[in-house]
Design a binder for this molecule. Structure first.
Ligand code: ADP
Ligand code: ZN
Length: 598
């Protein structure tokens, strides 16, 4: 049975009226009683005129022998009882405060009713503009998930551009959703949960929707923050409801946007004030464990902060497939611009590839916004089609826009970043002991302007001195490249320098890799009250500290000198790498090999 919001409130009002009616009725039928003063009461008692009384705390009522009803107030039950004793009166006692049944009923229920009204008011308010069925008052335990039916979902992979790797990873999921039973027969294992990791606007939602569109299955979409309500237990029951609905329409996709809102590590709240969120998260884990791999439900979730997620979410059988959705490179940006300008008249002189080139750090959403703004600008000037100047105008506008989260590099910064990263990469390629370079990119990511990724060939459990020296040189390669190319040195190397210093410090003070010999100089247990500096002076003399410092600076400067020499000997390769990187923005291992071998 379902009540709509309105009829429920009507019922409430009816209920309240019934109570008042009873109250009124009983008032009417009540006997006429006269209020009498205490002195009059004493007189009546003295004259033995009272037939019967009921005493309740300080209240007294009764009937006189000639049939008159009265009520009044007495100092206390005890005092009046004394006066009534050994008079011929029938006495009844009632506990103080106990009154007519409807009175106590009202006292119990009125606050409850008020609370209910408040509650309904809040729910109505919070569901305004919310999802499906938001107006149903009794729906607060139901999920607010929006459902996109399979036949109304027109999004496909062709609408998502520039994230080829992510698309490849998702193809298997589509195959599975198209025909789960086929996978059953083959005994194939499909992940239950896929976590899409990437900055806002990189197309995670779009990608999930496209998977549903490609597989032609229903798509349930809900935001993690919708589960975290103010009333404990509602989030959990929404999760239950969501999964129950999804099971009925399997095969299907459940997409949870901003999963970090519910999925944050448990037990980190100060004072344990996160009951609601933890209950919701627990319920989510229970639900994910509750269906088998081949039931036909795929839970996809998106986050920008995988590091804050509760480890339990990432365990096998939950979100054990992780897919990075990265900011698009120059080629990707061109494709995204093409996708969004499909239905827009772009004039002949407008070159989208120039726009793509000058927008490193733009997300898919930014690029869509750019096209949109350009079209609006052209329309406002009554132009027939979108011209290059409209695109340039829109680019500036989006760049300046307040919502941009990631960093956008200027042409100069881009060039300098390319030089810096090429330095890291080239040194890593030239040194036999260094870990192989996997990828180098100048697409900004978080606060980093570029990144050289190395992946070790095998898991290392201990490090040789040669390996550590190579590592140090690779770290210094970025700054050295800025220097040998005659550019002004920048703050971009701050993180490299700090890592290099830490490494050199450990080599001297912990691993005995300097002239000072195999002596352990650092303190293992840092005294939390005295702080590092104080405890250190206790163990190490000033003289030794000086020696340690000079060894550290010797190791670093020695390595830096070698790096400078190496880069000077290979200046042409450095230039080749820089040019290629500036143009393509990302170079893979094989592309790097080719450039360096030449
Ligand atoms: P996210 O979920 O990662 O924050 P969305 O999927 O909501 O990002 O992206 C917002 C909009 O930006 C999309 O609806 C789409 O129009 C556009 N967009 C983002 N990434 C892409 C892409 N890779 N290809 C095409 N359009 C994109
Ligand atoms: Zn660097």
């Amino acid at each position: 049975m379902k009540y709509t919001g309105r009829s429920f409130i009507v019922w409430l009002i009816v209920g309240i009226m019934v109570i008042f009616l009873f109250n009124g009725l009983s008032k009417k039928t009540a006997y006429k009683t006269a209020e009498i003063s205490y002195s009059r009461l004493i007189k009546l008692i003295k004259n033995n005129q009272i037939q019967r009384v009921v005493i309740s705390g300080q209240k007294i009522k009764g009937i006189t022998k000639d049939g008159k009803r009265f009520n009044g107030i007495v100092p206390s039950t005890g005092s009046i009882l004394k006066k009534l004793s050994n008079k011929d009166v029938q006495i009844n006692l009632k506990p103080a405060g106990q009154d007519k049944w409807y009175y106590s009923l009202a006292i119990t229920f009125v606050p409850f009713l008020l609370f209910m009204i408040f509650f309904i008011f809040m729910i109505n308010k919070s569901s305004k503009g919310g999802g499906l069925g938001g107006n149903n008052v009794l729906m607060f335990g139901k999920s607010h998930a929006r459902v996109i039916a399979s036949d109304s979902n027109k999004v496909t992979f062709s609408d998502v551009a520039g994230v080829e790797e992510a698309k490849d990873d998702l193809k298997e999921i589509i195959e599975f959703l198209k025909d789960p039973s086929r996978f059953n027969k083959l005994g194939g294992k499909i992940p239950k949960g896929v976590l899409l990791i990437g900055a806002p606007g990189t197309g995670k939602t779009l990608l999930a929707k496209a998977v549903a569109g490609e597989a032609q299955v229903p798509f349930f979409i809900v935001s993690g923050s919708e589960f975290v309500e103010m009333f404990v237990g509602i989030g959990a029951s929404r999760v239950r409801d969501l999964f129950a609905k999804a099971k009925k329409s399997a095969p299907c996709i459940i997409f949870i946007d901003e999963i970090d809102a519910v999925g944050r590590r448990r037990g980190t709240g100060i004072g344990g004030g996160h009951d609601e969120r933890e209950q919701t998260l627990n319920q989510m884990l229970v639900e994910m464990d509750g269906f088998t791999e081949n039931e036909g439900i795929i839970v996809m979730a998106a986050t920008n902060r995988p590091d804050v997620l509760d480890p339990a979410l990432l365990r096998p059988g939950r979100f054990d497939r992780r897919i990075a959705v990265e900011l698009p490179d120059i080629k990707g940006r061109k494709e995204i611009l093409n996708v969004h300008s499909k239905n827009i008249k772009i004039s002949g002189n407008a070159d989208l590839s120039i726009i793509a080139k000058s927008t490193p750090g733009f997300s898919g959403a930014d690029l869509q916004n750019l096209i949109n703004e350009a079209a609006l600008h052209a329309a406002s000037l009554n132009k027939e089609s979108v011209k290059m100047e409209d695109l340039e105008f829109a680019k500036e506008k989006v760049m300046m826009g307040p919502e941009r989260k990631s960093m956008v590099l200027s042409e100069d910064e881009k060039r300098l970043t390319a030089i810096h990263e090429s330095g890291h990469t080239l040194i890593a390629k030239l040194l036999p002991n260094a870990d192989p370079v996997y990828k180098v990119t100048i697409i900004p990511r978080g606060r980093a302007m570029g990144l050289t990724q190395q992946i070790p060939e095998f898991d290392r459990h201990s490090y040789s001195k040669e390996y550590l020296q190579s590592r140090l040189m690779v770290l210094l390669g970025g700054r050295a490249a800025e220097e040998v190319t005659g550019n002004s040195i920048t703050t971009g190397a701050a993180n490299d320098i700090s890592q290099a210093t830490k490494l050199a410090t450990s080599m001297v003070a912990e691993w005995g890799m300097s002239k000072l010999g195999p002596i352990h100089y650092s303190e293992d247990e840092k005294n939390p009250f005295l702080g590092q500096e104080l405890t250190r002076t206790k163990i190490i003399s000033d003289k030794t500290a000086e020696n340690i410092d000079s060894e550290i600076s010797f190791i670093i400067n020695d390595a830096y000198g070698e790096v400078i020499k190496l880069l000077n000997d290979n200046l042409h390769k450095l230039k080749q790498l820089t040019d290629n990187l500036s143009e393509k923005e990302t170079l893979t291992a094989s592309q790097i090999d080719e450039i360096v071998k030449k």
